[in-house]
Design a protein around this ligand. Structure first.
Ligand code: TYD
Length: 207
């Protein structure tokens, strides 16, 4: 099974990813976890270009293509082989982030980003995606002072990111699940596990 975690910066994704992995490992199947962009040599290089604070000009379309290129490498080098070996894959962000951060919140057309990403990933879609959702003010408070290149884009941008995720989630009600990230971490974790269990059960029944 292939699971993805999405959401605005400061939603508590790292904590919930770690908890989810622990839970999933109890199923006995090996779990491969990775981060998008990253987890491959090319991906890590692109990640540092995209996220480090620097003064190098990067056009929004270039930014979109670099995030997407990192994803292609991740899919081919890590995700597809892991799924073929019957492992579970848990991924920190996927194509929704590009559709939202470079599309809904920036000035690129979300539909074009979908098209590029369908080609870039060979159409590989997760079994379930969890969008950790919370108000932007709360997210910014959790982030604190040290912000990366994306996080420095400010609250107005982050509001569009949040709205973008909610809009995109509505398009895939059976695959993309909005999780209230304002709840207590234990309750957030339980909500995610319950949803994942339902998806796993429905996959088993469909077989
Ligand atoms: P994130 O995954 O939150 O990692 P960390 O926890 O180390 O900050 O950071 C990745 C940042 O990149 C985040 O601000 C979202 C942004 N991003 C995009 O703008 N587009 C994309 O396609 C992806 C995958 C991420």
């Amino acid at each position: 099974m292939f699971f993805v975690f999405e959401g605005i910066d400061g939603a508590g994704k790292s904590t919930q990813l770690a908890r989810f992995n622990e839970w999933l490992e109890l199923s006995g199947r090996p779990v491969v976890t990775c981060a998008d962009p990253g987890s491959t040599q090319v991906g890590e290089k692109l990640r540092s270009i995209l996220l480090a604070k620097h003064s190098m000009p990067i056009h929004m379309r270039t930014e979109m293509m670099l995030f997407t290129a990192a994803r292609t490498q991740l899919v081919e080098e890590i995700i597809k082989p892991a799924l073929a070996a019957n492992k579970n894959v848990v991924l920190d962000r996927y194509l929704w982030s590009t559709v939202v951060y470079q599309g809904h919140a920036a000035d690129l057309d979300p539909e074009s980003i979908w098209q590029v990403n369908r080609v870039a990933t060979g159409g590989l879609m997760p079994d379930a995606t969890f969008v950790l959702d919370l108000p932007v003010d709360a997210a910014m408070t959790r982030l604190g002072e040290s912000l990366d290149r994306m996080e420095s884009r400010g609250t107005e941008y982050m509001q569009k990111v949040r709205d973008g995720f909610l809009t995109e989630a509505k398009r895939f009600p059976d695959q993309v699940f909005v999780i209230d990230a304002m709840a207590e971490p234990d309750d957030v974790a339980k909500q995610i596990q319950m949803t994942a269990q339902q998806v796993m059960d429905s996959r088993r029944e469909a077989r």
